[in-house]
Design a protein around this ligand. Structure first.
Ligand SMILES: NC(=O)c1ccc[n+]([C@@H]2O[C@H](COP(=O)([O-])OP(=O)(O)OC[C@H]3O[C@@H](n4cnc5c(N)ncnc54)[C@H](O)[C@@H]3O)[C@@H](O)[C@H]2O)c1
Length: 301
């Protein structure tokens, strides 16, 4: 997709983070936008701010984990903008999962938002793209969809599925003139970490022993540390758009992710060691952080 000016774009999860940055960047490049999110208030603010620049932009509250919502949004998209040139399936959530006590409701929710939303979006938008023999589908997966990192297990699994789905449709759709890209962000400064934390709640025993205020402080400082080394979503999205314009299947924002998958392809033993060390490093960092606040996290595993 080399030329973006005057083309139409549908973005999910555009009220915040990467989706929001996509909306601002693509507006600057002259695209007409249709943005959706479950967070109506945040979405309206983005629409209002972008509208000031003269961009044609429409918004609609939509829960991407519901087929009906996506169907309604697509109907409105077609009536307002016409054909979809760029479809960005970006909305996603992360929820931590306790491996010893797997919360299946949590797993289902993560799959509905991170994976089923992409399947629904394809079901709704693809027939029209196939008919026109054009369009570009961009799925926002994660580095955690390429290697089993220290992210929540349900999140990793859902993102591996999005990567697999994207690879599968890449070659299937090419003959129809439809391009597919999958974005694999490393660490971007957005709200996903904060909302994930809030939705999970704290370890009940730890909460009883230390209280909410103290745990808010500990987790707040863990997040601050994490965010201090994260990339800004505007910078990341500029990188993504450059690669979308080259019709690349895989889109990266970090050399580190590329190095890891090349290790996976070249030396499986070393890759296994890397996975083990990565987890150890993460666990050790978390343990030390809690220790600073006088909490021995080992007592709560
Ligand atoms: N931030 C990172 O470091 C990072 C890393 C890898 C992958 N990602 C992926 O990037 C994408 C965007 O996340 P972000 O980091 O910008 O997070 P974010 O929380 O800032 O933005 C996600 C947006 O999705 C929306 N959303 C959540 N559930 C929804 C639903 N059911 N229906 C509609 N909208 C919904 C949220 O309201 C929010 O506006 C996600 O798919 C995420 O998994 C992010």
């Amino acid at each position: 997709m080399k030329e973006l000016k005057n083309k139409n774009c549908f973005i999910t999860g555009a009220a915040s983070g990467i989706g929001r940055s996509f909306a601002f960047s693509l507006a600057k490049q002259g695209m007409n936008l249709f943005i959706v999110d479950i967070n109506k208030e945040g979405l309206e603010q983005v629409k209002k701010d972008i509208e000031k620049t003269g961009t044609i932009i429409h918004s609609m509250k939509c829960d991407v984990s519901k087929l009906n919502d996506i169907e309604n949004a697509a109907k409105s998209f077609y009536s307002k903008l016409g054909d979809v040139d760029l479809l960005i399936n970006n909305a996603g959530i992360g929820r931590s999962v306790n491996i010893a006590n797997m919360n299946l409701k949590n797993w289902k929710k993560v799959f509905e938002v991170n994976l089923w939303s992409v399947i629904y979006s394809l079901k709704v938008f693809l027939p029209h793209m196939l008919e026109r023999k054009s369009g570009h589908i961009v799925n926002v997966a994660s580095g955690a969809g390429l290697f089993g990192s220290s992210e929540p297990l349900s999140y990793i699994t859902s993102k591996f599925a999005v990567v697999g789905l994207s690879e599968g449709i890449f070659s299937l759709l090419k003959p129809y003139g439809i391009n597919v890209s999958v974005i694999t962000p490393a660490l971007i400064r957005t709200n996903i970490f904060h909302s994930g934390l809030k939705s999970d709640g704290y370890n009940p025993r730890m909460l009883k022993d230390y209280g909410k205020e103290k745990l808010d402080e500990v987790y707040g400082s863990i997040l601050d540390n994490l965010m201090s080394v994260a990339m800004s979503s505007d910078v990341a999205v500029r990188k993504y758009i450059r690669q979308i314009k080259k019709d690349q299947l895989y889109i990266f924002d970090s050399q580190g992710t590329k190095d890891i998958i090349s290790l996976k392809g070249s030396n499986m033993k070393e890759y296994e060691e890397f996975l083990l060390n990565y987890q150890d490093m993460h666990d050790e960092g978390t343990k030390k952080h809690f220790q600073k606040y006088g909490i021995n996290i080992e007592d709560y595993r």
